[in-house]
Design a protein around this ligand. Structure first.
Ligand SMILES: *Cc1c(COP(=O)(O)O)cnc(C)c1O
Length: 389
């Protein structure tokens, strides 16, 4: 009856950059040619630039979790004592992954919706001898929380441990000064802030981390970072790379360079702020006490299963948003801001949310959430124009 354009509004995969999507059609290239080497070298150079690091940067053919696994395999040995900060489903993934490779994780956990405090990391580092690594999510996508990786980095830097940061949704949604903050291994993924489909993971690796790599005795074959580093220097990857995604990545990096990484972060932060204000206006509650800007987790109103809200978005507007994961399923729904999201998207999402809440029989004054978003827009954009006039 109505046209409903399908819109992917999840915190990964995220909306695709059209230029990147178009570039994928040029994937009839071979990876042992000069054309490819030129592309790959440019991707690695631009990636280092947008991440703002002088550390080595490597790309792997895998979803983000492959990057997490590679960091465990390449810098550690069975029996190593490590600290894992866990505040959600992705924190739990670090626990499982470190255990799978025989590491001995001490888990610093925060309940869902909370963040692990940097002081807890500092205290654990002082108490437990011989910690080899500290693992955390910069942004815990399952709860919408973020961690203070700057303060944690300061604590880890003073020790022999390396700081391994799953920044898969942190990159592009929060400032991350990789070199100054001592973020030794930073992992990202293509389908989050980078506006391209899933399938590439990347890592930045500090000298401190490389020095651990030489004594690591974990088994590895496909994800051999030393081998990838050697190949990358000549513009090649160890195995057959995902050429179509690399073509897309090159375009997305070009776009982010033109926009500026700081602007990409500011964009997500502003949309997150406007979302929090709209949600408050609608009488809903945020799930996280330490909300980040990759995604906003909202508690479903009393008596409403969040899955119904997710389903309604899909059925009424063909918009795909996400439910909570694990025990948060049914309790929260999540609105994403990372990557190629704009005010246009947010106006629609909040207007649709108002309709969905009204359809559930909740008292909603149409437009009050949207007005909150308009006010945030007016504050930053209209006042600036007025000041310039
Ligand atoms: C998306 C995501 C991952 C990676 O998941 P994949 O499905 O392997 O891409 C890891 N950590 C966080 C915090 C994420 O948001």
């Amino acid at each position: 009856m109505y046209i409903k354009k399908q819109r992917l509004l999840t915190p990964g995969p995220t909306p695709l950059l059209p230029a990147a999507l178009h570039a994928m059609m040029g994937s009839d290239i071979h990876h042992r040619t000069e054309d490819f080497r030129k592309l790959y070298k440019q991707v690695l150079l631009d990636l280092g630039e947008v991440l703002g690091t002088s550390n080595d940067v490597l790309v792997l053919v895998a979803s983000g979790t492959g990057g997490l696994e590679a960091s465990v395999q390449n810098f550690f040995s069975p029996g190593d004592e490590v600290l894992v900060c866990s505040a959600g489903k992705f924190g739990e993934r670090w626990v499982e992954l470190t255990k799978a490779y025989g590491l001995k994780p001490t888990v610093l956990s925060a309940s869902y919706g909370e963040a692990v405090q940097p002081e807890a990391v500092e205290q654990a580092l002082a108490k437990i001898k011989n910690i080899k690594g500290v693992f955390v999510q910069a942004s815990e996508t399952s709860t919408g929380s973020q961690h203070d990786v700057e303060a944690m980095g300061r604590a880890v830097k003073k020790t022999n441990a390396i700081f391994v940061v799953d920044a898969i949704t942190g990159v592009g949604t929060m400032p991350l000064d990789i070199d100054a903050w001592g973020l030794d291994v930073v992992i990202g993924g293509s389908q989050k802030s980078f506006m391209i489909p899933p399938g590439l993971a990347f890592l930045s690796i500090s000298e401190k981390a490389w020095s651990l790599a030489s004594s690591s005795s974990e088994p590895r074959y496909y994800f051999d970072l030393k081998k990838e580093k050697k190949n990358a220097a000549s513009g090649e990857s160890g195995w057959t790379p995902n050429t179509s995604l690399l073509l897309a990545f090159a375009e997305a990096l070009k776009y982010i360079k033109t926009l500026g990484m700081d602007k990409l972060v500011a964009n997500a932060q502003l949309l997150a702020k406007a979302t929090r204000e709209a949600v408050r206006e609608l009488g809903l509650e945020l799930f996280s006490s330490a909300p980040g800007s990759s995604v906003t987790a909202v508690r479903a109103p009393a008596g409403v299963d969040s899955g119904v809200i997710v389903k309604e978005f899909r059925q009424r507007f063909n918009a795909i948003i996400t439910n909570g994961q694990g025990t948060m399923k049914g309790q929260i729904f999540r609105l994403a801001h990372l990557g190629y999201f704009d005010f246009h998207d947010l106006f629609a999402v909040i207007a649709e949310l108002e309709i969905i809440l009204a359809a559930q029989g909740l008292p909603v004054r149409f437009g009050c959430g949207v007005a909150a978003v308009q006010n945030v827009y007016a504050e930053v954009a209209l006042s600036k124009e007025a000041a310039l006039a």
